[in-house]
Write a protein that binds this ligand. Structure first.
Ligand SMILES: Nc1nc2c(c(=O)[nH]1)N[C@H]1C(S)=C(S)[C@@H](COP(=O)(O)O)O[C@H]1N2
Ligand SMILES: [Mo]
Length: 203
């Protein structure tokens, strides 16, 4: 039997209902969700860079051309928004953290990763989550470059957390010895954001 109508629908759509976290429903579309405006960039991304700084031996700054040279991987994964929609089988392509990690000399003190995006948006995760299968600096979805509203040119993808931790329009990762609650966390969302434990709100 199904625990909810939403689970029944998942089964009817041909998926294992166990893939749906509690309180979520399946959407076939890919909704767009963010605070603020979609940033605009020059088409050639002149002046754009991605930085890694903080608890590292060697801070890194990559232009778009440099980032584009790094090896990528594609991982099919489910995404879960705290506003209750889940999307299954998103085919996400990007640079795995291991490629960055070998260039920066990540210090043992780097316990947290703070994503810095355009317009001052930040999101925090334990640095260990960057090591997870499917975590990446994501450039493509479903075989196409990200669209502007989904974070082009670069977004973070962090499996195992509600999707708000996956900062769009990513410009830097700061590795930090201390946690720094991000934009949505300060707004009231749960710091840990595990969809399987339904950690939606912090109060
Ligand atoms: N820069 C930035 N990234 C963000 C957000 C935001 O407000 N700003 N919102 C988050 C939230 S709440 C969600 S659910 C996902 C949505 O990503 P999508 O629009 O590609 O579905 O982006 C996340 N990344
Ligand atoms: Mo969200």
């Amino acid at each position: 039997m199904f625990r909810s109508k939403a689970e029944k629908k998942v089964a009817e759509a041909g998926y294992d209902p166990a893939r749906l976290p509690p309180g979520q429903y399946l959407t076939e579309k890919w909704p767009v969700l963010h605070a603020g405006d979609v940033p605009s960039y020059p088409p050639d991304l002149a002046g754009w860079s991605f930085r890694v700084h903080g608890e590292v031996e060697t801070p890194l700054e990559l232009t778009w051309a440099e980032l584009s040279q790094l090896p990528t991987m594609t991982v099919v994964q489910d995404i879960h928004c705290v506003t209750r929609w889940s999307r299954f089988d998103a085919e996400l392509t990007g640079v795995p953290w291991s490629e960055i990690r070998e260039r920066i000399g990540q210090k043992p003190s780097a316990r947290y990763a703070i994503a810095h995006a355009e317009q001052g948006f930040t999101a925090n995760v334990p640095a260990a989550f960057l090591e997870r299968e499917g975590a990446m600096l994501c450039t493509h979805a479903d075989g196409e470059p990200l669209t502007p509203e989904h974070g082009w040119p670069l977004r973070l993808v962090v499996p195992g957390k509600y999707f708000w931790k996956s900062a769009k329009w990513l410009r830097a990762i700061e590795l930090s010895a201390t946690d720094q609650p991000g934009f949505w966390e300060r707004y009231g969302y749960h710091n840990d954001a595990d969809p399987w434990q339904e950690q939606r709100y912090g109060f």
